[in-house]
Write a protein that binds this ligand. Structure first.
Ligand code: DOR
Ligand code: ZN
Length: 355
């Protein structure tokens, strides 16, 4: 409900794509997500990766243990929705165990070498993972896809579009009932594919791909904190993403892909991919939707479409945002390190209201 131009109240949102890492980093970043989101799909690209239900169960326990009591000593309600990391060696039985556990909400495909901590990923999806895909389709276990080819012959900016032709279309022809989430969609071609595809396909969209095009990477110099994978694209692609996200179409929903890296790992001669957006996530999304006059569609995108795809109920409580300028800090503490949030030092026109 938009009760005035300065306030927005929506069902509490969920983050359908999140990196929390582990240990000190987990403890540092988790409150940023919990302050806004009731649930999050937790990416499994730890080192070593989360490849079994038992590992996911233990990781989930560590996340729950890291929930710090808030005021009045109450531990905030937050549900981590765990995922498994698909490898060439994942067994179909592991998928059955995952489904039976009730803790696993998806299996993540990282093409080997595509991004941060993807070395253990899949080298040949249809060739190596056929029996796993068969069982996932039968059990309605979603495949969460990092949709980029790794072929060095393919231009970095074209890797998502080429992935559609080389992997997505053959995959979905072979497994038409498989639930697939095209994670962190970045292109006009991706939007068209997801919108037009037959069957249970959806996509997450990050705040940074809605707000920035690839110029942000080179604004006055080289800007490592805007570097993520899939990389920011041209303005036409940003426009297509913004149109899709704010259209109300049920196949598009919120996934921040917030990915914490220490400042030093980003600011070096071979800097890591990943933007940290968790602290200001809903303010960033509100800013994007506001820019096209579609705040009325933020609730569907952030709070309704995701649960519908995953077969879950929307959250029952609410989150309010207010139109107040809010400065993004230059850096945030992260254990014994620091991280630089996206848009550090700039002012956002929205912020969440205190609970
Ligand atoms: O930019 C990214 N960072 N893209 C990914 O796919 C992984 C993520 C990370 O884990 O840091
Ligand atoms: Zn990610």
């Amino acid at each position: 409900m938009i009760d005035s131009i300065a306030h927005l109240t929506i069902r509490r949102p969920d983050d359908w794509h999140l990196h929390l890492r582990d240990a000190d980093v987990l403890r540092a970043v988790l409150p940023d997500t919990v302050s806004q989101f009731a649930r999050a799909i937790i990416m499994p690209n730890l080192q070593p990766p989360i490849t079994t239900t038992e590992q996911a169960r233990a990781y989930r326990e560590r996340i729950l243990a890291a929930l710090a009591p808030g005021e009045a000593g109450r531990v905030p309600a937050f549900e981590p929705l765990m995922t498994l990391y698909l490898t060439d060696h994942t067994q179909a039985d592991e998928i059955r165990v995952a489904q039976t556990s009730g803790l696993i909400y998806g299996v993540k495909l990282y093409p080997a070498g595509a991004t941060t901590h993807s070395a253990a990923g899949v080298t040949d999806l249809l060739g190596r993972c056929a029996s796993v895909l068969e069982v996932m389709q039968a059990l309605e276990m979603p495949l969460l896809v990092h949709g980029e080819v790794t072929d060095p012959q393919v231009d970095l900016f074209d890797r998502e579009a080429v992935f559609i032709d080389r992997v997505m279309i053959p995959l979905r022809r072979a497994y038409p009932a498989l639930k697939v989430v095209f994670e962190h969609l970045t292109t006009r071609e991706g939007v068209q594919y997801v919108r037009d595809a037959q069957g249970p396909v959806a996509a997450t969209i990050t705040a940074h791909h809605l707000l920035y095009n690839r110029n942000a990477l080179f604004q006055g110099g080289l800007r490592p904190h805007w570097y993520c994978l899939p990389v920011l694209k041209r303005e036409v692609h940003r426009q297509a993403l913004l149109e899709a996200a704010s259209s109300g179409h049920s196949r598009f929903f919120l996934g921040t892909d917030s990915a914490p890296h220490p400042r030093g790992a980003k600011e070096q001669d071979c800097g890591c991919a990943g933007c940290y957006t968790a602290r200001h996530a809903m303010a960033l999304y509100a800013t994007a939707f506001d820019s096209v006059g579609r705040l009325d569609q933020l609730e569907a995108f952030a709070s309704l479409n995701g649960p519908a795809f995953y077969g879950l109920s929307p959250n029952s409580d609410m989150l309010s945002l207010e139109r107040v300028d809010d400065l993004v800090p230059q850096q945030l503490a992260m254990g014994s390190d620091v991280l630089v949030p996206l848009a550090a030092g700039t002012s956002l026109p929205w912020r969440i209201c205190a609970a």
